[in-house]
Design a protein around this ligand. Structure first.
Ligand code: TYD
Length: 205
């Protein structure tokens, strides 16, 4: 049986990671791997309800409350989807994970990074991704791609999104083994070439 693998996809809103994750799923399945696709917030069931609050609730949400909701969803995703699939030897592709909380609530909202790292460890029970791909694009392009129908997070403003982008680049600098940055402003095909190269190195294929 294959050894399970946990790969996370990160980056600004509109960076193209969701398209890439789907292409990678097809590519890996064609190569004979069993793949599970999940996302944060809200993969399924209870998580979807938490997602609904996080993205659409229009009342006051304090920054700490927002963090705990993302973390609660993460614990559910790890316990009910990620870890069981890895134990079965599957490759888990996760659309956003721990680094989103560091980038958005830490660098973006300005919450203490040490505390967020500690809370992330609690939410994941210490399970870390084997590889994390960060799709980097400038904020102007990212907001253009998102368009006019912005959700609660996407409406947080240019300054916030600049901080998030710089946060991701900082995370990559601090974790060079795990986190790889891919230029997300190139064509879908070129970005996917870069994704495949990094995945093939990790899988040794
Ligand atoms: P989503 O529609 O999934 O965005 P995308 O398609 O860009 O992944 O919305 C998730 C939003 O929640 C996105 O704006 C990032 C934000 N987020 C956080 O702020 N902290 C977190 O821990 C996570 C997982 C997401």
């Amino acid at each position: 049986m294959n050894k399970g693998l946990f790969i996370t996809f990160e980056g600004a809103d509109g960076c193209g990671k969701t398209t890439q994750i789907r292409m990678l799923k097809d590519y890996l399945e064609n190569a004979g791997y069993e793949v599970v696709l999940t996302r944060e917030p809200g993969a399924k069931g209870l998580g979807e309800k938490v997602r609904e609050i996080l993205l659409n609730y229009d009342g006051i949400v304090s920054d700490r409350c927002e963090s705990f909701l993302f973390l609660a969803d993460r614990a559910q995703n790890i316990d009910t989807i990620v870890v069981p699939a890895i134990k079965e030897g599957k490759i888990v592709l996760c659309d956003r994970h721990i680094d989103s909380t560091v980038a958005y609530q830490g660098y973006g909202r300005g919450l203490d990074l040490e505390r967020i790292n500690m809370l992330n460890r609690l939410a994941t029970d210490g399970k870390m991704p084997d590889l994390t791909l960060v799709f980097d694009i400038d904020v102007e392009t990212s907001m253009q791609r998102v368009g006019k129908n912005k959700d609660r997070m996407e409406s947080a403003g240019i300054e916030f999104h600049n901080k998030v982008r710089n946060g991701y680049l900082e995370i990559a600098k601090l974790n060079p083994e795990r986190v790889k940055v891919i230029n997300g402003s190139e064509s879908i095909e070129k970005v996917f070439e870069n994704v495949k190269n990094l995945i093939n190195k990790t899988l040794h294929i």
